[in-house]
Ligand binder design. Structure first.
Ligand code: GTP
Ligand code: MG
Length: 150
């Protein structure tokens, strides 16, 4: 049962898209196993985006991400990392298909509303960084209706 770290960025929170984004993951059949609203520090965000240190847009990215609260979440289910990224769309919203979150709600790469882990390894790292307290174990009564062999 794969887990991914999904985060609603400050623009998503400011634009009141929190409920809509959560609903997409719930409706697809993913299980929410951690959730909180956090105003992250630049230091914390630099750890989250450490692979991008050195890019020209890095300072602007950290400033944007630290400009307001984000919604940090862990979603679990079949192929959560890859399918989560498909649900988000491409990094550039203009290249994102209609029906994806960025394709439906965003226009610029520096205001692209949401984050999703890009691999199972980065998901594990990001979950540990954002939820050092751990996730919540619970039984979904709906799971047998969403996943065969469950
Ligand atoms: P995340 O889910 O946020 O990690 O996005 P991603 O995996 O689709 O892209 P990537 O990890 O390469 O970049 C992280 C974030 O940096 C993007 O979501 C953008 O907000 C921002 N970013 C990436 N490339 C550019 C760029 O060329 N210009 C600007 N302004 N921002 C960028
Ligand atoms: Mg990324």
């Amino acid at each position: 049962n794969e887990r991914t770290y999904i985060m609603i960025k400050p623009d998503g929170v400011q634009r009141n898209l929190v409920g809509k984004i959560i609903a997409r993951f719930e409706e697809r059949g993913y299980k929410l196993i951690a959730l909180k609203l956090v105003h992250a520090t630049p230091e914390h965000l630099e750890k989250h985006y450490e692979d991008l240190k050195g890019k020209g847009f890095f300072p602007g990215l950290i400033k944007y991400m630290a400009s307001g609260p984000v919604v940090a979440m862990v979603w679990q289910g079949l192929d959560a990392v890859k399918t989560g990224r498909v649900m988000l769309g491409a990094t550039n919203p203009l290249a994102s298909p209609i029906g994806s979150i960025r394709g439906d709600y965003a226009l610029s790469v520096g205001r692209n509303i949401c984050h999703g882990s890009d691999s199972v390894e980065s998901a594990e790292k990001e979950i540990a960084l954002w939820f050092p307290e751990g996730i919540v174990q619970w039984t979904s009564e709906l799971e047998p209706w969403v996943l065969e062999n469950n």
